[in-house]
Design a protein around this ligand. Structure first.
Ligand code: DPP
Ligand code: ZN
Length: 876
């Protein structure tokens, strides 16, 4: 469990050529036979032993070219296999037998059983829990797999690649062979065996190859896979259009599994999914769920090129596939839905998940240089900031050069285990530019501040703009040099027109993008035609904190006029956040209306403007989350005060906007026919936001309850239930609604997760008591990751008022659950423990209680490596 370092990378001593796996599944155990063809690497020592990874393994036999190896030639431990006296030059075959117990694998890494289905999860280091292997991403070989299993329990047998021979065996057993012609690393291996239902379809690629598509689900659930199939076909067509990437096997299979640590996994030709990201229908899934399925299906499919055909040399390069693939799925969603609204969603996510990480104790660069447990690096920084870096390259280069760079990346590195350096290089080569100061974004952790200063000389009609960047040293202790970043701007006239950007000093501006590379740069614009409004950082063109001392009147003017719709949202959202942070961060009694009348008017005007996209207006009404306000306050945060201030602001909006909200609620009847498209979803989002405000001003639950009862779909039903649970947690009407919801969906795990999650997220210190009670509910279990996340994860991660109770009981209760969970599934416990990451920013009483709780955890001798890593870094 020692620290792994990037600069310690070296190639393996032996070169693997191919592997043939035979997996024999029985009730209560699995026998694995791995036949590896390999040879010593030229240049590595003639007597270097072969050292293979393992994790909780039992060796059953070991053969060299068909003969058992003498005991003296090897050491087999649960955590690794070392073999000495191997041939010096010629290729040879090792056959390794292991036995494992999938039924006891509660970590859900490696081969395990979920609902009776045998399935695998190997990224990052799960393959070593199946057999001894070079379990690292730079060992790329073809796999052949033979699965043997009981026919009744497992009529369906799947693995990577194309299907081969099948047949019957004795004792009610059968087998299937799968052949994957593409070289791949072990983390992309997958196998599924079970009694599954199948939905099929076909896709003809641009070059005329027919691909058989299938989604496999639990019995009785295949009718819920239609939307996922549709999203898959759209993803395949989009990747051909946008990136010229075709699918490359005869089959593409997806399996939905109910116990799954991640969202989904991109195994070659056999994606395994958390069933949350496959199964949907209007009665059980919200618009957000539909968007989530579409995104994750696309994301995993896009990995086939960015991740599988070109993989990572080592896990330090994780963002090479994840940041790039998130960028690709964001672009897909922008093309399939509405670009501005998608961008708002991505930026919200970045600011609420990545910024706190980048500004706290768990800070790390997008390309880290060391880790203790790689599972803890599947983070918002690697994924979301990683995607922002790719987006910046695209913005800096423009669409043609960016596409040319991607083409070159695929051409030059197909079949490689590549690095970030190789990725950046293709863009340098196609554009003929030096990106070394851009590459710092991968190595320097933290959120830079972009400081904007403006001056206008009326006599000369001259406008001067100064941009300065700075980066503070944070927990990661990485560099703070200036970095090349694209800053999109507009100089907006009083009628909402963008003026030409031809500076007389400061350098050329291509289209609307300033390529800021120095610590400070000044641009002078002559004869600008009157003082312009500066619209800066359009589309959030760089992941920075903006420090711009712009007057309220300029900002409110832009909120109405800016031709860049993203910035209309951003400006309002920033203003709301700043006002709430100022009011909640102080110590005096917060103002009755912390937002100020003019801001409230601007919000209501935008929300009520029927010429604007409803989804956009819903985003304007979506006040920054309490955790975002807490981040803006930065120190001595009292979460209760934050909640009260935000509630006061929402009430002010509600009271001032009664008429707007009444109209918006009435315009979208709850029993309207359902279609999951983005435009319909936007209308529902706006109506439900309006319902929330309308309920705040009338102050009783009847209207939300009526909507709950009448709802024709889960989006409206859940939105109404959330209003009841959040605003009237103890009201008899709320209990009635919760009971009705439970009775209707008791047997639907995914919907029941919503029932637990909503109750756990209800603001207020008293929620702890309800959550405690829910944790003894017969349907609650820590063994299912989705269920654990729905109650414990929502409580700690989404409910600052209850988790950070002043008396510390929130921490105490949470830590007890965390310890139980850690013994079952360390990946999930470690992830949940990140809820503590902002503990140093709390006011002193809570800060002391949080620190005590963390120190008590750190003292425990039996914590998993995963959890210990998070606890230690959080305390450091
Ligand atoms: N399956 C996870 C993802 O796609 C990890 N690769 O992001
Ligand atoms: Zn991914």
């Amino acid at each position: 469990g020692q620290t792994v370092k990037l600069d310690a990378y070296s190639e393996t001593d032996f070169v693997f050529e191919s592997v043939f796996l035979t997996i024999r599944l029985f009730d209560g155990s699995a026998e694995i036979e791995s036949e590896i063809r390999l040879r010593r690497r030229e240049g590595s020592g003639a007597d270097a032993p072969l050292v293979l990874d393992g994790d909780e393994l039992t060796l059953t036999f070991l053969k060299l070219d068909g003969d058992r190896l003498p005991d003296a030639d090897y050491d087999a431990e649960p955590g690794g296999l070392t073999i000495r006296s191997l041939p010096a030059a010629e290729a040879f075959t090792l056959t390794i037998g292991t036995r494992i117990v999938p039924e006891e694998n509660t970590k859900l890494m490696g081969l395990y059983r979920s609902n009776g289905i045998w399935c695998t999860q190997c990224e990052a280091e799960g393959f070593r829990r199946i057999t001894y292997f070079y379990d690292r991403p730079d060992v790329l070989i073809p796999y052949k797999v033979r699965i043997e299993a009981p026919k009744v329990a497992a009529p369906i047998l799947l693995s990577n690649g194309n299907p081969g021979e099948t047949g019957d065996l004795d004792s009610g057993r059968h087998f299937a062979v799968w052949d994957d012609p593409f070289n791949k690393p072990s983390y992309l291996f997958a196998m599924v065996a079970g009694d599954l239902e199948r939905v099929g379809d076909t896709f003809r690629t641009a070059s005329g190859h027919d691909v058989t598509l299938a989604i496999f689900t639990d019995k009785g659930r295949s009718h819920q896979a239609g939307y996922a199939m549709d999203a898959l076909k759209r993803s395949m067509a989009w990747d051909e259009r946008r990136f010229g990437r075709e699918y490359d096997l005869d089959v593409f299979n997806i399996v939905a599994i109910s116990d799954f640590n991640m969202g989904a996994m991109e195994n070659k030709g056999l994606n395994v999914f958390n069933h949350k990201y496959v199964l949907l229908d209007p009665d059980t899934a919200t618009d957000q769920d539909y968007a989530g399925v579409e995104t994750v299906i696309a994301h995993e499919y896009f990995h086939n090129w960015t991740g599988n055909r070109i993989t990572c040399r080592d896990w330090f390069q994780l963002c090479l596939k994840e940041g790039l693939t998130v960028f690709r799925d964001q672009e897909f969603s922008s093309d399939e839905r509405e670009r501005t609204v998608q961008r708002i969603g991505s930026v919200r996510r970045l600011k609420s998940m990545q910024f706190p990480e980048d500004q706290g104790p768990l800070q790390h660069p997008v390309r880290p240089s060391e880790y203790r447990e790689i599972s803890n690096f599947y983070t918002a920084t690697i994924y979301d900031k990683g995607a922002e870096l790719v987006r910046m390259i695209a913005t800096l280069l423009g669409p043609e050069d960016f596409r040319a760079g991607m083409d070159l990346y695929f051409e030059r590195h197909d079949g490689d285990a590549a690095t970030i350096e190789a990725f950046v290089k293709v863009f340098e080569d196609v554009a003929g530019i030096d990106l070394s100061s851009f590459a710092l974004w991968y190595h320097q952790a933290g959120t830079p501040t972009l400081t904007v200063t403006e001056a206008y000389d009326e006599a000369e009609d001259r406008y001067t703009l100064t941009l300065a960047q700075s980066l503070k040293q944070g927990a990661a202790g990485t560099g703070t040099k200036p970095m090349l970043m694209p800053v999109k701007i507009g100089l907006v006239g009083p009628n909402g027109e963008d003026r030409p950007l031809n500076p007389s000093q400061g350098g050329e501006i291509r289209e609307d993008v300033i390529q800021l590379s120095e610590a400070e740069e000044t641009f002078v614009f002559d004869k600008v035609g009157g003082r312009p409004y500066l619209s800066v950082l359009r589309d959030f063109s760089a992941p920075v904190t903006l420090d711009h001392d712009q007057s309220e009147s300029d900002r409110l003017a832009l909120a109405r006029l800016d031709p860049n719709p993203f910035n209309r949202w951003r400006i309002l959202n920033d203003l709301i956040g700043e006002r709430l942070a100022a009011a909640a961060g102080g110590t005096s009694e917060p103002a009755q209306n912390p937002l100020g009348d003019e801001l409230v008017t601007a919000i209501l005007e935008t929300a009520g403007d029927d010429r604007l996209d409803p989804a956009f207006r819903a985003q304007v009404l979506n006040v920054p989350a309490d955790t975002e306000i807490a981040r803006l306050i930065g120190e001595n945060v009292d979460p209760l005060r934050v909640y009260e201030t935000a509630t006061r602001a929402r009430k002010t909006i509600a009271t001032a906007g009664t008429q707007v909200f009444e109209r918006l609620v009435a315009a979208a009847p709850a029993d309207a026919a359902f279609s999951p498209d983005a435009a319909s979803a936007g209308k529902r989002a706006l109506a439900n936001a309006a319902l929330g405000f309308a309920t705040l001003s009338d102050g009783h639950p009847d209207r939300a309850f009526a909507r709950f009862e009448k709802a024709s779909n889960m989006t409206d039903r859940q939105a109404a239930l959330a209003i009841l649970v959040f605003r009237f947690p103890e009201h008899e009407t709320t209990h009635r609604a919760l009971d009705a919801f439970y009775a209707r969906y008791e047997d639907d795990a995914l919907v029941l997760d919503k029932w637990f999650a909503l109750q756990a997220a209800a603001p207020g210190e008293d929620t702890l008591d309800r959550v405690q009670k829910l944790s003894t509910h017969p349907r609650f279990t820590l063994k299912n990751p989705n269920r654990a996340r729905s109650l414990i994860g929502s409580f700690a991660g989404m409910n600052p008022t209850a988790f950070h109770r002043r008396d510390g009981r929130g921490y105490a209760w949470f830590c007890e659950r965390l310890i139980e969970l850690d013994a079952i599934n360390p990946q999930i416990s470690a992830r949940m423990a990140t809820a503590f990451r902002a503990w140093r920013t709390l006011e002193s009483e809570r800060r002391a209680k949080a620190e005590d709780a963390l120190r008590d955890l750190a003292k425990l001798p039996h914590l998993s490596r995963d959890l210990r890593d998070i606890v230690d870094r959080t305390l450091a």
